[in-house]
Design a protein around this ligand. Sequence first.
Ligand SMILES: NC(=O)c1ccc[n+]([C@@H]2O[C@H](COP(=O)([O-])OP(=O)(O)OC[C@H]3O[C@@H](n4cnc5c(N)ncnc54)[C@H](OP(=O)(O)O)[C@@H]3O)[C@@H](O)[C@H]2O)c1
Length: 283
Amino acid sequence: MRVVIIGAEGQLGSDLVRAFQGEDILPLSENDVDIVNINKLKEIITSASPDLVINTAAFSNVPQCERQPEKALRVNTIGARNVAIVTGEIKSLHLYISTDYVFDGEKEKPYLEDDSTAPVNTYGLSKLAGEYYVRYILDRYFIVRTSGLYGIHRCISKGTNFVDKMLELRNKDSINIVTDEVLTPTYTLHLAKQIYELVSTDYYGIYHVTNEGECSWYDFAKAIFCEVGFDVNLVPINSSKLQTNVKRPKYSVLENSKLKTLGLNNMPHWRDSLRAYLAEKGY
Ligand SMILES: NC(=O)c1ccc[n+]([C@@H]2O[C@H](COP(=O)([O-])OP(=O)(O)OC[C@H]3O[C@@H](n4cnc5c(N)ncnc54)[C@H](OP(=O)(O)O)[C@@H]3O)[C@@H](O)[C@H]2O)c1
């Protein structure tokens, strides 16, 4: 299978390159092609003639998306539209990576793929609009919504990931962490392996793919320090105490419902994935 991976130097993209290593891969970074530029995109993808195009590229720094909404829409919406158009023209299969932030977080139970979307910030809105373009333009597509990513290649947009950030702060007297945002942190290598299995099927459509279980950012931080054996003073706080005007969903847990129905769900519990990640980092 010939596979184009867009965003290949990003956190998830680099693990997709690992998961698809037995295949004929063309990894593309922003230096190779800016997805906003449809002509260059068309030239590169058409000449590669892939069976599958995976688009992980995004402007995913949530506070920055709020400050630069035009850029968020340009990359996350128009960029997604461009990749879908080009993929459709060459009749390839497409996989678009989306987010838990398409939901408003008011449900208080894990979100299913068919639940109503209602993003509460610019990032979520720009990604949801990207999903709509993919659905409108293509017949053969996968949309994979995931959440709270961390991986060996740090998130380019954010400069780090939550696990590494906690480990960097371990010598602080205390660390304030929010208790009222609940999600499922997800290790990009395990997500990438699950995506590899999914694309070998023809069960197209929207999927939720995260690690299993759920936790608050506070629980996650506690688990990180427990796993590496550091004694750190974590102070539980409410998100209203954070000096930010960015709205985030309070509860954005995604149920891998369609994967489970199809008997395809191989995602480990978040705590097991955290252990695997820390082991890979040498802890
Ligand atoms: N991070 C999370 O917690 C999270 C949660 C849910 C969903 N997601 C989604 O998961 C996907 C992967 O996220 P990630 O954490 O791996 O992000 P990342 O590390 O920031 O990687 C994104 C990649 O996109 C590339 N990119 C950005 N703008 C581009 C453009 N205009 N044209 C071409 N490439 C461009 C960047 O390339 P360069 O490196 O060359 O700049 C970067 O490598 C995204 O679609 C994101 O929305 C992320």
